[in-house]
Design a protein. Sequence first.
Length: 593
Amino acid sequence: MPVAPKHRPLARGDACQSCKTRKIRCPAEKPSCANCLKKNRECIYNSTPTSASDGSPPVPISNVPPIPPIATHSSSSSLDLAPQLDMNSTPDRRGSGMSSFDTSQSSSSIPITYDTSTWNQEFNMIGVLPSMMGPVQSLPSSFDNVDITKLLGQSVLDRSLGKAEETELSDVERDHLLLLYFTGQRIFGVDMHISTFYSRLQSPDPASRPHPCLLNAMYLMTCRGSPLESLRRQEYTFLRKVKDQLDQALSTTDHVLDAVRAGTMIAVWYFGLDKHLKGLAMMGLTVRTAVACGLDRIRSSVDYGCDVIPEGGRKRDSPALSQLELADRIYAFWTLFLVDRCTSISFELPGGFDLQRIRTPLPRQWAEYETHDSHLTTCDQKLRDLLANPSPNICEVEHLPEIVYTLSAVELMYQVSLRPGRAEQDELARALAKFNQSIPPKLKQTERSADGRHTITSDTATIQFITLCTEMLLCSIDAVDQPDPRALDAARKVLGVLHLLRDANIGDINLFAILICCRVAQLLVWESKRLEENGDLFGAAPYAKDVQFITSFLQQLAHINLAAESLKGIEMWWGLRSKDFRRESESVSAGAE
């Protein structure tokens, strides 16, 4: 009988991280042990020597400053979310508990930026919301001396944290994912006051902390962008948790705001992965919840600290207790409204909100809420004022953040997408002209790139994209025999925006960028086919070249399913005759009637 091979006893620390986590014996075979190979898992070993006989030098630890603790007034400020999140704790990794943050505002504003290229291309995600920077907030002052770049990157995440099984997040992993969220709000859409969030996170009262459904929704939105594969593998774990915890949050009105935010994020996540029916179902739940608890009926920008009278059988959320808490509700509502309108336009569905019933004022700059600006009591603006004639008096001071211009542009596009009658078309044309005049110069102008060429910012491109497409659609409503010349002019201007963006960052890839490209291409193909059939080959050629430009633009986005399908659609249109486009226009008009 052959003698079984003998292996040296494993020293402490020799086992791979997966076997340690699962508490099973590890063969310690490198580069991958047999246990990990069977489970098709990544096998990770500590690089630190385990015995004096191991002559390999220790790997130097990256010099990353730790998250500084807040100067607390009591020992209860250092908190553990384990009971609240209902996860299995791992004491050897968590240490003494959560790291705390100083929630006072930083003395200097820290720009919030995030590279979207990895998010969009490597992970095949598509945004729902139009690109928008929004107001730049300050991170809590504890971050003043922290290297944010390293905390967002791989270097701060010790390889020993890699794990193959579902476990509770460590402090560093949690902080890493939350910072990914707050530095990428333009992608994820749901803006919130950062310092207020961290203040809630360290609250000694469990009822005051962010509900687990919100935390796991934030993890869900950002884990794909993490450099740590163990976090990326937990994406569907975060989804399962947030859906379970959403049911818990909706059992009372105490956590409705967190539930609405979480529901909005889940819907955006579903749409981003082309799971449209699930996204629409989650949107329906979230919209009805927001209406039921009165987020659409906030009376003013100072409607806090007062009794709330329920309307029409609604069960209102508890009243906001501070100016910033109210601001968070205002932003949460309008973000949900924006997602609803964007998806309604994209999928040609009726919106979930009645514009004329909404009383909630448009959001302000965060600084106004933070300083209790005196204009909060006098200068509220409503979105329905966009369609009012004449418009209400507007304050001479600029109060509106970029998101309000996006909201207004999208609402006009939504109203046009309903294909209204002639009288309503004239009203919308006046409203669109009025809105174009109100756009600040910074969202209309071009800039010079480093090599001296003209370009535009993604914020400017967003507004111009939407308003020009709205003009194109408005002028095309009654077009039957041929494209309206005004619509063609607007379409060529959209191409101008694409041309200016061609060598620059195109911003966040979203449904709107692709949707607008498709509609412009369809109009241009129609005109090219019409001219070609009339024998005007020279007149048709420029339009064909314009469509080729759009095609090349979409080919850059072909890793996104919607863009790939759009390219197939354009190819199909080239096989049609001009009367086929006319028949499609007539059927759409009949359906609208």
